[in-house]
Design a binder for this molecule. Structure first.
Ligand SMILES: Cc1cc2nc3c(=O)[nH]c(=O)nc-3n(C[C@H](O)[C@H](O)[C@H](O)COP(=O)(O)OP(=O)(O)OC[C@H]3O[C@@H](n4cnc5c(N)ncnc54)[C@H](O)[C@@H]3O)c2cc1C
Ligand SMILES: *[C@@H]1O[C@H](CO)[C@@H](O)[C@H](O)[C@H]1NC(C)=O
Ligand SMILES: *[C@@H]1O[C@H](CO)[C@@H](O)[C@H](O)[C@H]1NC(C)=O
Ligand SMILES: CC(=O)N[C@H]1CO[C@H](CO)[C@@H](O)[C@@H]1O
Length: 615
């Protein structure tokens, strides 16, 4: 690479071997039809534009780099060391200011791409059906909705059935610069699958890639396609004698599938015991932006062979590559499991009980916190019935739910006795335990029905019952700070007008909690401000803006504060290295375009439709 000194033109070698020659010529063609980027050239010569594609050399020797072009007409960014464009291609990180706005396919290129995809997949796997497109464009329970719904949707839903087909699709999308957004279960909550660059955009659906390819009981793993949903997987494992003693740990929203679960690095109530998605993936097959297929590693449970490419893709939200197969860890299902539910006078009593249990080293399978309001929403709307068919009423107090598991009933009873003892020391008001599977389900539904009950509650108390919005936030802090964060947030929320309009649910054993706020659209700004304060509070306590839901578009604004601008710029460097054309799920996790004003526009994003998508 050649780089001249300050004030002069940066000139970069084109990587011939990796198809960048094609890229360059295509780019020149495309750029003629693109709107004028807002970043001006500061280079002394003024005439030489340079497009920056990143330049990170990653473990497998992915051929990556930047390329240049030098035509007076090319209205793309010139990199220079003057003004705000101070970074060079040799820098270790990529600032937002140093990259030109991306350019994407217009209608003609899109149609050409689509024609080619149809040829590869056959017409049945390519749908332009209105309802199909609608179903992948937004969901009523998402915290964020496309601010420009008339354009921010895909024009097609493509459903591949193999890694090879995904690779073909990506080659074509790469060639024509078509944005591709993977969708699996579509239960993510932060606007993860928003087609910000629609309508000439592809929704890549994994509905047809839902096979369990192999289960290896002795190795405690399974190889699955991204369209496998976690409950379906559980059912399959249970239905076979050779595998019924096995389970998969992560348990996010009902309907979530492996591809999206990897995308968000989800967890759920089981993470306390079995870890998050990050700890439960052995290796993955991914298709990169240009169609390259990579297997991240072999199948042993541990390996120290090189960079951890597997985890590069877990939690990447479909921005770095498309997961087409995953080897997942299985665990031995507890032979016996019991659920126990205890109520307390205050949230602080409940959280100190939890801390006490952790300190004592009691290894439970799950430990969940519900606020009094959450329990009351479940009582009213959860529709839980006890074993005699009567409406089940839970004690409307701050509540802890526990799951204890083990190889013998005695072992479990020992754990339950300890829970009872510790709970009593912290002033428990009631405590109830299950005695069989059915009762497990009944008690656990207090947790499971939390979100939907809160939503239903919204339609009862809000001014406009036809405009129920739900803001599902997710913060995590070191366990010792959870009580303080909750208490401060509680005070803030009730004094800023949200009294009895929010529910609290916490994966307390992980220091992770969710506030679910119901509101009418007109109050958007008020909620956003309260959530901002909540997140910055969590950051102050050394926490994170998201413990498990991920960033999507909703939490991009907090990352700079949480991990620092350099860490974000490093993520951007990786993104641009793997996906130089920025076609994979654009605008998620962090900004890739200086001219992107999505954050301001999100406040206009509302949804009027009601009706449940799943469950
Ligand atoms: C009622 C309810 C309860 C929930 N509870 C929890 C909870 O307890 N814990 C929790 O963690 N989450 C929870 N969630 C959130 C949600 O279930 C998780 O984020 C889940 O991981 C999303 O999976 P999905 O298949 O629906 O992903 P999608 O929404 O389809 O996609 C999520 C992200 O992954 C990307 N993606 C999808 N497929 C692929 C692929 N093949 N390769 C690469 N990227 C891909 C997408 O582009 C997107 O960025 C809940 C949601 C709901 C509605
Ligand atoms: C994991 O590695 C094994 C062994 O190389 C391979 O057979 C398998 O296909 C890999 N799994 C994935 C999902 O890449
Ligand atoms: C704790 O719960 C148990 C069982 O419901 C109850 O008997 C006991 O009185 C409770 N403790 C207090 C302090 O209320
Ligand atoms: C943190 C939290 O959600 N607190 C609420 C718990 O429930 C009580 C009683 O309904 C509310 O007053 C709190 O604000």
């Amino acid at each position: 690479m050649m780089l001249r000194n300050k004030g002069s033109i940066h000139f970069l070698k084109v990587f011939k071997s990796s198809g960048f020659g094609r890229v360059t010529s295509h780019f020149s063609r495309r750029s003629l039809s693109t709107e004028k980027p807002k970043i001006a050239s500061h280079g002394k010569s003024g005439g030489v534009g340079l497009y920056f594609g990143g330049g990170l050399l990653f473990g497998l020797g992915l051929a990556l780099g930047a390329y240049s072009k030098s035509s007076e007409n090319d209205k793309t960014t010139a990199l220079s060391e003057s003004g705000s464009l101070k970074e060079s291609l040799d820098d270790s990180v990529t600032s937002l200011e140093s990259v030109a706005p991306p350019t994407y396919a217009g209608p003609e290129e899109f149609n050409e791409a689509l024609e080619q995809i149809r040829k590869v997949l056959g017409p049945d796997s390519v749908s332009t059906d209105k309802d199909n497109i609608k179903s992948v464009s937004d969901s009523f329970f998402s915290t964020h909705h496309p601010p420009e719904p008339e354009t921010q949707h895909p024009s097609v839903v493509v459903s591949p059935s193999s890694t090879e087909e995904v690779s073909q699709i990506m080659k074509i999308a790469h060639k024509y610069r078509v944005p591709v957004i993977a969708s699996s279960g579509l239960t993510s909550l932060e606007g993860h699958t928003m087609h910000t660059r629609g309508p000439y955009s592809i929704s890549l659906s994994f509905a047809d890639m839902d096979n369990i390819i192999a289960v290896h009981p002795e190795d405690l793993d399974a190889v699955v396609q991204p369209g496998v949903d976690w409950q379906g997987l559980d059912g399959e494992l249970l239905s076979n004698d050779a595998t019924k003693h096995l389970m998969f740990g992560p348990d996010p929203g009902i309907g979530a599938r492996i591809g999206g679960m990897i995308g968000t690095s989800c967890s759920g109530t089981n993470a306390y015991r079995y870890g998050t998605m990050k700890e439960n993936i052995v290796n993955v097959t991914v298709v990169l932006a240009d169609g390259t297929i990579v297997k991240t590693r072999q199948r042993p449970r541990k390996s120290s062979a090189g960079y951890d490419l597997t985890r590069l893709f877990v939690g990447a939200e479909g921005t770095l590559g498309i997961v087409t197969e995953a080897t997942i860890k299985l665990h031995v299902r507890p032979k016996y499991e019991s659920v126990c539910i205890a109520s307390f006078p205050t949230i602080a009593d409940a959280t100190s009980t939890a801390s006490h249990i952790i300190k004592d080293g009691l290894q439970l399978n799950a430990m969940e916190l519900l606020n009094a309001t959450t329990v009351s929403f479940v009582n009213r709307f959860g529709g839980v019935t006890d074993k005699d068919g009567n409406h089940k009423q839970f004690d409307e107090r701050p509540t802890l739910l526990f799951k204890a598991g083990g190889t013998s009933k005695e072992g479990i009873q020992e754990q339950l006795d300890l829970i009872r003892k510790i709970s009593a020391e912290h002033g428990n008001l009631s405590i109830e335990q299950s005695n069989n599977e059915e009762e497990n389900g009944i008690l656990w539904s207090a947790r499971r029905n939390g979100l939907w009950s809160t939503y239903d509650y919204g339609s009862e108390i809000l001014d406009d019952p036809n405009d129920v919005q739900i803001w599902t936030t997710d913060i995590a802090v070191p366990i010792s700070h959870l009580t303080d964060v909750i208490a401060e947030t509680d005070k803030d929320m009730s004094s800023s007008g949200f009294l009895n309009r929010y529910a609290l649910m916490g994966h307390i054993g992980d220091g992770n909690c969710h506030f679910l706020i119901v509101y009418n659209s007109k109050d958007y700004a008020k909620v956003q401000n309260a959530v901002d304060r909540m997140v910055y509070r969590a950051l102050k306590f050394e926490g994170t803006c998201t413990g498990e839901h991920g960033v999507g578009v909703g939490k991009r604004r907090y990352l700079d504060t949480e991990i620092g601008p350099n860490a974000v710029a490093l993520m951007r460097k990786i993104k641009l290295s793997l996906d130089p054309r920025r076609i994979l799920n654009p605008d998620k996790v962090f900004r890739i375009d200086l001219t992107d004003d999505l954050d301001q526009k999100l406040s206009h994003s509302l949804i009027k439709e009601t009706g449940k998508h799943c469950c």
